[in-house]
Design a protein around this ligand. Sequence first.
Ligand code: CYC
Length: 161
Amino acid sequence: MRDLVTNLIRNYDSSGRYLDRDAIDSLKSYFETGTARVAVATLINGNAASIVKQASAQLYEEVPELLRPGGNSYTTRRYAACLRDLDYYLRYASYALVAGDTNVLDERVLQGLRETYNSLGVPIGPTVRGIEIMKDMVKAMATEAGIENIGFVDQPFDHMN
Ligand code: CYC
């Protein structure tokens, strides 16, 4: 698991370079958004259950066949697995937001996931849509909470899509 700072230092150290203008710019923008990143993570933390619940409700409204016999969320076991997956995506997105780096998503969430989903017939399109709905909800909540310059919120969600 790497964050923006450790990742940057690692890259510069591997080629024995001092931190140049690019490095400084990237560190500056990370630190400038630091308080807002923590604020968004706090929002996610306090509202995770309702975000997952509302996002799944919207997803099933948009793709109702998922819940019907033959759909991948049919049976309570699969329905529960889908809510659990959305919760994983949201929780890891909050880590990546704080880290300013998507490495944690690659290592802990995405590795091997496509193969797992394909072998179980979990449809990728609606999963991607579910993640997008959560992104929009988090952004709306952040805006409502008066958190400014929330452009960084997109990154982890878009990375998983
Ligand atoms: C299943 N989702 C799974 C499985 C894994 C994950 C490994 C197979 C094992 C299991 O059922 O628990 C995902 N596991 C993860 C992730 C991590 C992990 C991401 C990283 C922390 O450890 N079905 C739908 C929706 C979608 C969905 C579109 C929700 C958005 O219709 C999800 N995932 C879904 C479902 C299953 C599943 C229904 C069960 C499929 C089955 O067993 O038939």
